[in-house]
Design a protein around this ligand. Structure first.
Ligand SMILES: C[S@@+](CC[C@H](N)C(=O)[O-])C[C@H]1O[C@@H](n2cnc3c(N)ncnc32)[C@H](O)[C@@H]1O
Length: 204
């Protein structure tokens, strides 16, 4: 981990207990489930979930892939990892690891889906993160970047949340499409909605 990632790791460590305790509010839960549905997760899929946080959605995606599937949940914050492990304790298809997406190695073509849920803007090196995502997927493997708030709301929250994340902006749709496509993906769907954001792409 580099020094910027370490600062973010400490920042998210401090938030982890609170997030693990209360989860999403009732309204957001509906949007979270809708976004998961929209991702088209199938039984048996292998999913990489970078920025899993305290594991609020990890059990939901693990349920969908079932015991024949696999979820590798990854986070740079040790306290988030601790909570995510606790939440997925009985799900043998889930593995939770401490680490940055940018540093992930040895998973070439191994996943069906890289699922960045409420996490993409926080990756310090987005080019590297997308390069890793592309490496981890086979041809036609899927990338999803999803947020359970509007892009404007996400960016407002980050700007006010504190120094380590105040520049963690979700790019405007055209710029994000260009960025994703520059790493060998074809964007299939891009919805910049009033209360959620959803991009799906396939590796070509
Ligand atoms: C806003 S939280 C979202 C957590 C979870 N996905 C959710 O929706 O509840 C973002 C998470 O991304 C993690 N994170 C930030 N940069 C990361 C990176 N480069 N690699 C992996 N995880 C990262 C943070 O530690 C934090 O737990």
């Amino acid at each position: 981990m580099n020094s910027e990632q370490r600062k973010k790791s400490l920042f998210f460590d401090r938030l982890a207990e609170e997030w693990a305790g209360h989860g999403y509010d009732a309204d957001e839960v509906h949007r979270v489930i809708e976004l998961i549905e929209r991702s088209g997760i199938q039984p048996g899929w292998r999913i990489l979930e970078p920025g899993c946080g305290p594991g609020l959605i990890t059990p939901l995606i693990a349920e969908r892939v079932g015991f024949d599937g696999y979820v590798l949940a990854l986070d740079i914050s040790p306290v988030m990892v601790k909570h995510c492990r606790k939440r997925t304790d009985e799900l043998r298809q889930v593995q939770v690891e401490l680490g940055a997406i940018e540093d992930l190695e040895g998973h070439r073509g191994k996943f069906d889906l890289v699922f960045c849920f409420n996490s993409f803007p926080h990756f310090c090196d987005r080019d590297r993160a997308l390069q890793v995502a592309a490496e981890c997927l086979p041809l036609r493997g899927k990338l999803v970047i999803a947020h359970s708030n509007s892009r404007q709301r996400v960016n407002e929250i980050h700007m006010r949340a504190g120094e380590p994340v105040k520049r963690d902006v979700l790019p405007e749709p055209r710029a994000l499409r260009r960025l994703v496509e520059s790493h060998g993906f074809k964007v299939l769907e891009l919805h910049d909605g009033h209360d959620s954001f959803f991009l799906s792409a396939k590796k070509r």
